[in-house]
Design a protein around this ligand. Sequence first.
Ligand SMILES: [Zn+2]
Length: 614
Amino acid sequence: MNFFLARSRALRWALVAAFLVLPSTSIAQLAASVGYTISLASPEQHLVEVQIILPAGTAQRELQLPVWNALYQIRDFAQYVNWIRAKDRSGVPLVVGEINKSRWVISGAEGGAIVEYQIYVDSPGPFNAQLNTHHAFFNLAQILMYAVDARSAAQQVRFSHLPAGWQIATPLTPSGDRFSAANYDRLVDSPVEIGDFQESDFDESGGNFRVIVDADSADYEMSKIVAALHKIVAAATTWMNDRPFDTYMFIYHFPHGPAGGGMEHAFSTAIDLNADSIKQSLDALTSITAHEFFHLWNVKRIRPQTLEPVDYTRENYTRALWFSEGVTSTAEGTIELRAGLLDEKQYLYRLGEQITELERRPAHRTQSAEESSLDAWLEGNGYYRRPERSISYYNKGELLGVVLDLAVREASHGQASLREVLQWMNANYAKKGRFFNDSAGVRAAAEAVSHADLSSFFNEFVSGTDEIPWDDCFRSVGLRVETISNTVADAGFTASRNFDGPMSVGAVTPGSEAERAGLRVGDVIVELQGRPAGQESREELNRLNPGETLRVKIQSRRGGNRELRWKVGSRQEVSYEVRNLDQVTVEQRERRLAWLKGEAQDGIDGSESVGTGK
Ligand SMILES: [Zn+2]
């Protein structure tokens, strides 16, 4: 590369100062790449220091810290950057100017530059970044600025000042004491766990899998987790008839406290679950793992055009989350059925719960699945989450996946199913390096495999808010949806917590006893029934009976604590259950077996059973 001949001094500097330890074959690659060093020197203070070595280039170099990552929410990670400075390769300070809250410009960087900054990271969970005395977990987009002119260049990262005994786990490719990635997007799609974790690995379906668990070893059994992962991996790869990777990493945290979430990546997933729930049952772990694992196809490779290229500087609007998230939840159910981790009864029960969740939200008549996808960026706001304002694209999308599956089966006379839709999208989009055109791209796939016009399905239920005619949808598989009405306790208010913040009142039912007692929106709930408000408060409220006296200590918006008391009221609550038709024909039963296996009907033997239960 003539780059080196023209700038031999810079190369010599680079060789001596930074890259001496590398094998010679990687020097050329490294010198043209962006090199990061992440120092873990201050775990007690949750402070990470990042050094970026920019290769030579233009004099003015812009650096951007993403404003969002992992969650579809603007989180402005720049708020945690304490300071930033830069120097040239001989140590002469360079001017750093701020362009906006998340972007800086370095001047005089034609010979390359060394940029250093300090960032505070102490947010737990798979969507976050954290350094403390126990471990480090990084979504790298939250801590690494990218060189705007070198986002597609090769990237190298190394971690320094690790506390004694800490190891590094990441799906990134190791090279010497560093890890490399083809570009910034790939780099930051690779979570990093650093600490004293437990590790296991296994081979399945031709791939190699690493399992990293950062938790108290008394809270889980690695062998049971690995056994479940074998089943999930085998069920998913055979269902998709594809394994687009050689290695894949599962990272788990089981904290004692609030937890529950998973984040998908192309070659890994990071999942947090509460330790007590893991001790009782692995059900939550298998469900969330099946979901995140399926994302390696749906959203990471079968990817909507509207999310590409990622814009790290602002909201990325997409109408496709009903498919990318919701239909991933549909696939999660199918994978669990195929893996024998769920049986028919449990599956139909869960389906009823999903229908209940959608039908109970009045917003299902006003917000479409596509609008819910676009509005994902509002989810951090309490009002937006109210049932009259929004539906969940997970919830409606999962049901749309089920209903689309049944519609494709009916239109194709059992010759095709959701499986063929997904495999068609994998073959025609993912494998060809194309992105799909949101709902129109899904429709194209569904119509290609069913040879039918599905425009009314997409117009009415995906971009529209028509009521889904459940009984019509499920008749072909011998099922109907029963509406059940129950009298339940009604405390007269709803309250929620933002992460581990205080519980505050989001809504008070007009005319309720709660309103008459003086409860107001925005009041902070300090105590409930004499116990401090916290994680268990929701269950506490669910246990109430109509007529019971509720004692709530509040801190009002006007200041001061006071106790309010009122009698719990009641209301009618509707729920839905998926049940057998009175008469289930042999054909309906055969269609149901094929549906629960996630397979088209060709070659289905009606006597086969589905799932073995947990
Ligand atoms: Zn998901």
